[in-house]
Structures are given as structure tokens and as C-alpha cells.
Design a protein around this ligand. Structure first.
Ligand code: COA
Length: 185
């Protein structure tokens, strides 16, 4: 079996990463149309380097692959970084590498599943993220999940002769209602 249904939604589930997907991830992290939206854009990822990165994420244990429920297709990944178990804070990250799936609600569903995991199983209290100011699709997606803008870091992302702000957003456990608690009957 390639994927495992850890957190299940309507059209997607979150699965542990399968290292056999390293080639697909390497394709995506070298695709500038995807990574210009992330902090990865200047970096060159060989297959080996991406394998190391994926292994690191697997070992940290807070990153999932995003898989479609109808045909078990890998479309991206999402996860938590900087998990702080004392203050119950973490930073969320997501990317859908398969561009055919953009703008169809999959990002919103995957982020909601990640938040359900973060708030209802890891017992996080505050999830934070950063997004480039030009990434309107991501900002809209995060707002649909309940994230609020909490600040702006000015001119933190430079591309060519343009300087873009970075928008900071967060959501609290008290602002999110997930489905995982309903599994207990
Ligand atoms: C960001 C990302 C996860 C969002 O997932 P998605 O499935 O494409 O987003 P959704 O369809 O759930 O929501 C996007 C919303 O933004 C809207 N949108 C798209 N382009 C927009 C634009 N230029 N301006 C305003 N809204 C826009 C969509 O219409 C949709 O809103 P709607 O559902 O009300 O119609 C995904 O596009 C992605 O991975 N992109 C590349 C990497 C990336 O940007 N990662 C995030 C880095 S912070």
C-alpha cells in the first residue's frame, strides 16, 4: 500500500509521506510556478537533496502527503514546522504541486484537515503562517479556513527589482471546530 488514511476529509486524505514519491516532489520543488509562492524558489533541488529534505520531514513527523480519495493520487503536501509543545504553537505550510488541482477547493480542504490534526490531536493552541503579499489565492484559501491577518513584514521577499511584503496570519484553537472529536461516539 502506498498511502495511509490518517486524516480523512470529503475529497482528500492526509497520509504519511511515501519516500517512493521523491521524484514527483523533486519535479514540483523545481517548478518555479509552484515555488515562486514559497521560500524555496532560489534553491536547486537534486533528487538526492530532495530525498534528504523529505527524510527530514518524515523524521520530524508533522508533514503529510495530500492524497485524493477517489483515485489515491498524490497532489502535494502540508505540515507543521516549529512545533512548540510548551506554548502549543506551530507554523503551517502547504503546497499543491499538481497545478491542475489549484482553485478547486483542495487547498482549503487540506488545510482544514491539517488544522483538525493540529488542534484536536496535537492540542496546539495557535497556528501561524506566512504568505507573500502577491499570493492572493493562498490568502483567500487561508481566510476561508479561519486564519486572520495579524501583521506584515515589509519587503521580506525580493524578486527581480520588486520587493514584496510578507503577510502573517494565525488561527486559535478556540476559533476552529474540527471533525476529529466526533469520532468518539
Ligand atoms: C495556495 C494553495 C495551497 C491554495 O490551494 P487551492 O486549492 O488552489 O485553493 P482553494 O481553491 O481552496 O482556494 C483559493 C481561493 O482563492 C481564489 N483565488 C484564486 N486566485 C485568486 C486571485 N488572484 N485573487 C483573489 N482570489 C483568488 C479562488 O477563487 C478560491 O476562492 P473561492 O473558493 O472563494 O472561489 C495552492 O494553490 C498552492 O499550493 N499553490 C502553490 C504553492 C503555494 O502558494 N503555497 C502556499 C504558500 S504560503
Amino acid at each position: 500500500m502506498r498511502y495511509f488514511k490518517k486524516i480523512v476529509g470529503e475529497r482528500l486524505y492526509l497520509s504519511p509521506i511515501n519516500m517512493e514519491d521523491v521524484e514527483k516532489f523533486t519535479e514540483w520543488v523545481n517548478d518555479l510556478e509552484v515555488t515562486i509562492n514559497l521560500v524555496l524558489s532560489p534553491y536547486i533541488f537534486s533528487l538526492e537533496k530532495e530525498r534528504e529534505a523529505l527524510e527530514g520531514l518524515c523524521n520530524e513527523g508533522y508533514t503529510f502527503s495530500i492524497i485524493t480519495l477517489d483515485n489515491d493520487e498524490l497532489i502535494g503536501n502540508c505540515g507543521l514546522l516549529n512545533v512548540n509543545l510548551i506554548n502549543r504553537t506551530a507554523e503551517a505550510g502547504i503546497f499543491i504541486g499538481n497545478k491542475e488541482y489549484w482553485n478547486r477547493g483542495y487547498g482549503t480542504e487540506a488545510m482544514n484537515l491539517l488544522l483538525d490534526y493540529a488542534f484536536n490531536l496535537l492540542n496546539m493552541n495557535s497556528i501561524f503562517l506566512r504568505v507573500h503579499s502577491f499570493n492572493k489565492r493562498a490568502i483567500k484559501c487561508y481566510k476561508k479556513c479561519g486564519f486572520k491577518e495579524i501583521g506584515i513584514r515589509r519587503e521580506a521577499y525580493l524578486v527581480g527589482d520588486k520587493k514584496y511584503d510578507q503577510i502573517y496570519m494565525d488561527i486559535l484553537a478556540s476559533e476552529f471546530k474540527g471533525k476529529i472529536p466526533d469520532l468518539i461516539k
